[in-house]
Every structure is written in C-alpha cells, then in structure tokens.
Ligand binder design. Structure first.
Ligand code: BGC
Length: 762
C-alpha cells in the first residue's frame, strides 16, 4: 500500500513551507488549513505545547494559533463590542512526546528540518520534522491530518514517530486543548465530550478514538483522563510508532444526549471502515471536486499555483448539506471578522459554486432565505419595508456588525457599514438570479429565490425618495468604497437596486405565468398588489443614475467629482492604508477610492452599459483606486479583460495574487481572504474566458492574456457538464458536452448547438 504520509509527486498540487518563522506562522497556519465546510482546522503544529507567542517590539503577539472551527457555532463571547463570533472548538490534534521525561518541542538550534506540505489534490496536511535529540541521535515525527470531505463530521490524524536511539523512555500523549475557547464543559466521558456555549444555547459533541501501533503491534493506552490517551515504551533504534486518532464532531442545540449519540455513531462508522478507508473515501471525494473544478493554465506557473490554491480553499469552504450556514469572510481558517458573512459570499464566491458545485451554491442561498426574517426585522426597525439584509450576518440574520472598533492608535471609531452599507440586499438578489439562470433550478426560485427577490425589491422601493427633480434618490449610504460614508445616490447601490427591482418584476411575471397559485399565495403574504407593482416600476424607471451623457462618466455618488483629486500612485510604497496616510477626514473629502466601486458595478452588470461607457469609466476610476481591500483587484481584472485591456487585466490579476501570497507578514494570519480567492477564479472565468451569465445560454467571449498558451476548465450549466479548452496559438475555442442533453452556447456573439460527447471547436 502506498505510504499515506507521502505527498502527491506532482509539485503543481503542493503548497510547501520549510522551517518555522514566528512572524509568518499565522499566515502559514491560515493558508495550510484543511476544511470541509463543516470543520476547519488551521495548519498549526500538532506536536507542540499549543498556542505560542512571539515578542515583537517588546510586546507579545500570537505566533502559532491552533484552531478548529465548526461552521455555525456562534456565541457572543467576552469581546468588546459584544458581537456573535465563531467559537473555536476543542483542539483535537494535541500530541505531546516526552523522551526520558523531557518534552520534545521544536528547537531551532537542534532542528534538522521541518517541512510542511499542503497536498491540495488529496486535501491533507502533511508535516515532516527531524531534530537532534541527544548527541547526534535523530527523532523524526511525521504527521498527516484531514477533515473528511466524504463524512464531514470526521477528522483523522496520523502521527509517526521514529527515534534513532535505543533505551530511552518514550511517552506519547494524545489529548485535546480548550485554550481560548469560550465553550463550557458540560460533561466528559472517556470517549466523548459535550460542551455548551455561554449564551447562544448551542452545543457541541466530540467523540474520539485513538490507538498506537509500535513496530506493527498495537499497545494498550493508559486512559485515566477523558479524551486523553497515554502510551509509554522503551525505544529501540529504528522502531516506528504510529498514532491514529479519529474524531467526530456534531453541532446542535439543546438535545445534549442525542448529540453525543450522534457523534458516537459518526465515529463508529469511520472506526468500522478504518482509517485507510476513511482516508480513501476522503481522497475520492476530493478527486471528484477537482474533476469538476480544476483549471489548467499552460505556461504561467504562478497563475496556475494561485488558482489551484484558490480552488482548494473554495472547495474546502462549502458544505452543500447545511442550509443553516454560509461562508464567512475568512472561511473556517481564522478569527478575523468572527466568521461573519458579508457580500463577499454572494458577489465573490457564488459564481464559483453556481458554475462548478450548484448544490453548494443552493445551500448558501437557502441560508439567505432562512435569514430573511432577520433582514425583515432590520428593514422594519429602520422604517422600511421588505428585507434589508445584515451587512455582517452570523446565524440568525440579525445585524452583527460591531458598532465601533479600536484602531491601531488606540482610538475608538464608529463603524457605519452595519447601518449604511445596504447594497448587500441587491447583491444577494443578484446571486439568486444568476444561480437560477445558470442552473435552471425552478424549485429553488419558486420556493425560496422569488421571496428573496421580491422582499429586497420591496425594500429598495421603500428606501428611495422622490426628489424635486422628479427622480428617486437613495440617500445616506456607503457603497463598496467604504472611504466615503453618508453618500447620496451611490451609483453601485442605485444600479444594483434598479436591477433588483426589475428582476423582481420579471419574477412576478414568471410566477404568474408558470405557478399562478404560488404567486397568489406569495402576493397575499407579502401584500403585493397591482398598485404596489406599479410603484416598483416607477421607482426603477426614475432612479437617479449619475450618468453624464457628455463625458460618458457615471459619478460614483452625488458630489464625487467635486472632491479633492488625489492620485494614490503618488503614495506608492506606503506601508499604511490611504485613510491612515491622509487621515480619515481628508480621505472622505478626496476622490481616493478604497476598492472597486463603479468598476465593480460595471463588472457585474455588463448589459446595462455599452462598451464605450465601460471603457471610459474603467480608465477614469481605476487610477483613483487605492485597492485597500483584497476584493478590489479581481473586479478590475474582470472589467479590464472585458474591455480588451488584457495587459492591465493581467496587472490587476497579479496584484490579487500578491495580496494572498505577498510579503507582508501577518496579512493572512486572521484567515485566508476567501473573497480574493473567489475573485481570482471569477476573473479568469468571467474575465479571461469571457463567460457571462445573462440568459439560459452560456456566453463566451474569451480574451486570454499574453503569455497564456491555453486555459482549460469544466463547468456546470443547467444540469450539463461542459469541458472547455481555449488555445491562444491556434487560436481556438473548444467545448465538449460531457454529460446532459444538447445545449445552445454562444461564442463571440454567435450561437452554436452542442451535442452530447461531441466537441465543438471554433
Ligand atoms: C471590505 C468589504 C468586505 C469586508 C470583508 C472590508 O475591508 O471593504 O468590502 O466585505 O472587508 O471582507
């Protein structure tokens, strides 16, 4: 049998790191996370004393931050301001090895090598550590861990230990650690534990089994403490000991005993099939995901690596079986943003899932449907109708954006996005519509999507005010560019709102035509009558859009053009964000933009603007952007590719890559920025491959950047699996229908019929 701890041979599938560098530890641990959308585990060292600190400028900062998260396990911990946060759960990977009573810890002076490999193809983290222990005797510790993609409750750990010296007293403890967790222990058993959150009435069960084989023989543990196993033996040179530990986690509400039974039965299943089959089932599930979502770029290794990494984390973050949760801004890889769900999910992540894993996309949209009541309550409190979604959402859909934060200089500043960043409601409606167009999932639209579209439209109509100019205005908002608060008629917000209202009206026609009974029930429940719908049309037709026909420019918000022009390029090399360099007030009075705003709007709504408008506005706004959010460059890539500025697109693409793999230590320590990764994928598919989701037909208008010889990928469309290959040299565009019925596709504006199994090459 092949050695489970040997990584895949092809380095194209590996993310590797050598040694330990305290200032980088946090970033590495986030990037080397394994996750299955239910469980997420940061890639911290297992054989260690747990969290470690590093002294930086005489202050202690976390260096290693071992964490396991469970999607949806929110509580309000003791943080200021108190907002719901994803609670870390027991760190189930702790291992302690003692030699003659002294703990083996990584010691840079005695270290021979410490190599970490994230095997993205198999979804496992492997480490190999060699260190001198006494004289020139060497200890070698190899580890592998995973959280199963085939059985999401399960985590598996293997630890192999070899010692070059005979006659030492060796002891190995496998335990768990609760450091930093706000969970309260309810009950511990030898094989399982139950914990409760302090406030949110949630509970957690973990069941676990561990065994140790020494030179092929199983040796019995001493297990006097719950969930802790200890073994001791005398070393013989070259003997290999292997610890195997399996855990099963369950998240629940109040039924504590039911929960522990359920964790035990998950564990029983994995234990019965054994760790090898648990590993194989997990690898098979990963190879299924890679089959459907991998992307091959010929002749740009750095882009290929970045995309693999992005796709690895995107596949890790989702769980198609859980409609209670969605993906937070750092997925399950770190504490930043407390696990809260932003517009990042619908605008930056959903396209990946909709087009490669529709079941996962559906579950995330169902989370938005389930949290509609929270959105309705927020709208009502603010005096509006319909549904105003939380800018930051946890498990209930109620607003969880902190009202203030403390900035690095110690001052407390008010956070207004929870009140004013309202475009998220239209962003969610946008994702619903795109999902429906690309999947044709009528059941979803009828049962859930329609209600989201109608309730968000209803919100926008009540939100807009008729001005003396006979136009409707949306005042006092924040657009994606968060440097400017309390602005009026932010073009992104207004265009997305108008699009939202119009799609809702289309949905009404569709329901009336196809599911009249359903429409009557919904109209009744949401109090929609003809007069209301007429008002929707009025608002959509007369919303202020900020377009100047003389210049073709769309003003980012009312009064933007009159602000102080400042060129962010003059501050190149700055180490601080522009609002710190200029000060908050001056930034607010300037034209410096935090992140793609008009550019994002143009990228998302290609049908609303002609090419001249898109091109003019891209060239006007791109230089004003400070790209202070990791969400910014990917939208610029997409738009630049669409207007044919492939060199600029490539520059933005490389800047996105640099943000995630860049040289600023600590940037990813709080978790990978999953929206940047989704944005990267999106920039390739919707930008360079030129795919657009505008009707029931997939449309392609490819523009590969110079230097890319070819691009290959698969995607799903309305129940079909398509395989695509774009070659720059020939040039050719080839698409094969691998599964499903015939389909019409459009390439560069011409439609073609696609038949099963046959490649269409253009
Ligand atoms: C960005 C937002 C984003 C949030 C979470 C902020 O810095 O400005 O657009 O939603 O981070 O990623």
């Amino acid at each position: 049998m092949k050695d489970a701890l040997e990584p895949t041979q092809d380095i194209g599938w590996l993310l590797e790191a050598e040694g330990v560098h305290p200032q980088w530890e946090g970033d590495l641990e986030a990037r080397f996370s394994v996750s299955n959308g239910f469980l997420g585990v940061r890639g911290a060292r297992e054989v260690s004393r747990g969290a470690t600190l590093v002294t930086l400028a005489q202050t202690l900062r976390p260096a290693s931050w071992p964490r396991t998260y469970i999607a949806g396990l929110f509580d309000v911990p003791d943080i200021d301001p108190p907002v719901p946060a994803l609670m870390p759960v027991p760190d189930w990977l702790r291992v302690r090895i003692r030699l003659n009573g002294i703990s083996l810890v990584l010691n840079n002076e005695r270290l021979i090598s410490y190599h970490r490999t994230l095997d993205m193809r198999r979804g496992v983290l492997i480490t190999d550590w060699r260190q001198f222990v006494s004289g020139d005797h060497v200890a070698r510790v190899r580890t592998l861990h995973l959280v199963s993609l085939a059985q999401r409750a399960i985590g598996l750990q293997l630890v192999q230990f070899e010692l070059g010296q005979a006659g030492m007293d060796v002891s190995l403890d496998a335990s768990f650690d609760l450091v930093g967790s706000g969970l309260e222990v309810f009950k511990l058993f030898a094989d399982a534990g139950l914990w409760r959150t302090g406030q949110s009435a949630k509970s957690l069960a973990m069941a676990s089994v561990a065994n140790l084989q020494l030179a092929e023989r199983e040796i019995p543990p001493d297990q006097s403490t719950p969930l802790q196993w200890s073994w001791g033996w005398q070393s013989r040179a070259g003997d290999c000991a292997q610890l195997t530990r399996i855990v099963a986690f369950r998240r629940g509400n109040q039924d504590l005993h039911g929960l522990i039974d359920s964790a035990r039965s998950e564990l029983e299943h994995a234990r019965t099939i054994g760790w090898q089959d648990t590993l194989s089932a997990h690898e098979a599930a990963w190879s299924g995901r890679w089959h459907d979502s991998d992307l091959q770029i010929d002749s740009d290794d750095s882009a290929q690596t970045a995309l693999r990494f992005a796709i690895y984390h995107l596949n890790s973050a989702a769980n198609p079986d859980d409609e209670q949760v969605s993906i937070g801004a750092r997925a399950l890889t770190g504490d930043t943003y407390h696990g809260h769900v932003f517009w990042d999910t619908e605008i930056y992540l959903l396209p990946f899932y909709t087009l490669t894993w529709p079941e996962a996309a559906r579950a995330m949209l169902m989370y938005r449907h389930r949290t509609l009541d929270g959105a309705r309550a927020k709208a009502k409190r603010a005096g509006f109708r319909g549904a105003m979604y939380a800018w930051e959402s946890a498990d209930t859909g109620h607003e969880t954006t902190p009202e203030h934060i403390t900035i690095p200089d110690g001052r407390t500043v008010e956070v207004l996005s929870g009140k004013q960043e309202q475009h998220i409601s239209a962003d969610i409606a946008y994702a619903v519509w795109q999902y429906w167009l690309a999947t044709g999932d009528d059941d979803f639209l009828r049962e859930a999507g329609a209600e989201i579209l109608l309730e968000t439209a209803s919100f926008w109509v009540s939100r807009a005010n008729l001005g003396d100019d006979r136009l409707y205005h949306i005042q006092g908002v924040i657009g994606p560019d968060e440097y400017h608060e309390y602005v009026n008629d932010n073009a992104f917000t207004n265009h997305m709102a108008r699009w939202n209202i119009r799609r809702a009206l289309e949905t009404v026609s569709l329901l009336r035509q196809r599911w009249p009974e359903h429409w009557r029930a919904l109209a009744d429940r949401l109090h929609l009558d003809e007069r209301t719908l007429q008002q929707w049309r009025n608002v959509a037709d007369a919303l202020a859009m900020g377009y100047d026909p003389h210049t073709n420019l769309i003003e980012q918000f009312s009064g933007f053009h009159a602000l102080e022009p400042i060129d962010p390029a003059q501050f190149a090399g700055r180490r601080e964000p522009m609002d710190m360099v200029l000060g908050r007030e001056r930034t607010r009075r300037s034209q410096v933009i935090k992140q793609a705003d008009i550019v994002a709007m143009l990228a998302l709504l290609p049908d609303e603007f002609d090419m001249t408008t898109q091109t003019t506005n891209y060239h006007h706004y791109a230089p004003l952007c400070a790209h202070e959010s990791s969400l910014s460059n990917s939208m610029h890539t997409l738009l630049a590719a669409r207007i044919g500025a492939t060199d600029l697109a490539m520059r933005h693409f490389q800047d996105t890559v640099a943000t995630e793999f860049g040289s600023q230590a600590g940037a990813s320590a709080g978790g990978v920025r999953i929206a940047a990764l989704g944005g990267l994928w999106q920039a390739v598919l919707l930008g360079f491959a030129g795919l657009s989701i505008r009707s029931s037909i997939p449309r392609f208008d490819p523009r590969l950047p110079a230097g890319w010889r070819s691009l290959g990928f698969r995607l799903q469309w309305r129940g079909r699996l398509l395989k695509l290959q774009i070659d720059a040299a020939k040039p050719s565009f080839s698409v094969t229908l691998e599964a499903g019925e015939s389909l019409t596709v459009s390439v560069r504006g011409e439609t073609h019929e696609l038949n099963p199994g046959r490649a269409l090459t253009i």
